[in-house]
Design a protein around this ligand. Structure first.
Ligand code: GLU
Ligand code: ZN
Length: 295
């Protein structure tokens, strides 16, 4: 039974293979959708060809298939969506909401991460320059289903941020908002590393007059050195012959109860069990979980 009131998604970036941390995020979004008869869509966030690992797109999808995940409809590629992003970015420039920034990397470093709006009124040519969106001096807040209230003051904590890079590539913040709306996503379930991107996304949704999806940020699985999995080194693809134990481990990372007998179950059976017993309230209300602490 499909409920149009829930449309979820998984949106991997093919800058590496699927690792255990992304499996946890995929599993959470999948179970949360299927537990209410919702749809689960797949979007490849291939916005940044220079950082893409050759073969990663296919490998991610094959790993998900061997772990028994089934998505609805065709896989969407963000690399085919430039026209949609360009339309919005250009409109905002012509409306004065966004502007061209020609600051050098060195200048930007001196700002310590929060851009003070240097180029706001300079009227630089957007061709061959970065485009930044003006942010208001306002706090954006939302209630995350796992992490609770989260607030960020866009002017003070973020500054005018890049929506198109100097090399012409569109930024994640812009693409994710446009595509989540275009695909009709009602529920965003993803890793807690994106908690602090959410207020920027709320602001872009507001500018576009879009409805705000519900958010659920699950703990990010980290290495003992505190690094996000797959970031500090290139994780190998998850082994396809370990689907059952790794799915069970991911279920435990999400605070879900498992059953001993599931050790001998197929990945399909583990997912079916996970759907039946899914309880989002059991997800640990923390942002990081060390992989080594997992049983
Ligand atoms: N593509 C992002 C990532 O792999 C996830 C984006 C999202 O879920 O909003 O980290
Ligand atoms: Zn600038």
């Amino acid at each position: 039974m499909n409920s149009p009131s829930y449309i979820g998604r998984f949106a991997p970036t093919p800058s590496g293979y699927l690792h255990f941390g992304s499996l946890v995020a995929a599993l959470a979004s999948y179970l949360d959708a299927r537990a209410v008869g919702g749809q689960w869509l797949m979007r490849m966030e291939d916005l940044d060809p220079p950082r893409e690992v050759a073969g990663a797109q296919g490998a991610i999808l094959r790993t998900l298939e061997s772990y028994a995940f089934e998505w609805d409809g065709e896989v969407i590629n963000q690399s085919h969506r430039h026209e949609a992003y360009a339309q919005v970015a250009n409109r905002w420039v012509s409306q004065g909401l966004a502007y061209a920034c020609t600051c050098s990397r060195k200048q930007l470093q001196a700002f310590n991460g929060i851009y003070p709006g240097q180029c706001r009124n300079a009227g630089h040519d957007p061709q061959n320059s970065a485009i930044r969106i003006r942010v208001p001096e306002l706090e954006y807040r939302f209630v995350d289903r796992a992490q609770g209230m989260y607030a960020q003051h866009l002017g003070r904590d973020v500054g005018d941020f890049v929506i198109r890079r100097r090399d012409g590539l569109y930024a994640y913040q812009l693409a994710v908002v446009i595509d989540d709306a275009w695909q009709g996503i009602t529920d965003i379930v993803r890793g807690a590393d994106l908690l602090d991107s959410t207020p920027r996304q709320l602001y872009l949704q507001e500018l576009l007059g879009l409805p705000q999806p519900r958010y659920l940020h699950v703990p990010l699985i980290t290495q003992p050195d505190g690094n996000k999995l797959g970031k500090s080194y290139r994780s190998p693809p998850l082994p396809s012959d370990q689907a059952t134990p790794l799915l069970l481990r991911a279920l435990r990372a999400l605070g879900q109860t498992t059953d001993d007998g599931l050790r001998y179950a197929s990945p399909q059976e583990v997912l079916a069990w996970g759907i039946k017993h899914w309880n989002a309230h059991l997800i640990p209300r923390i942002r990081h979980l060390e992989e080594a602490e997992l049983s």
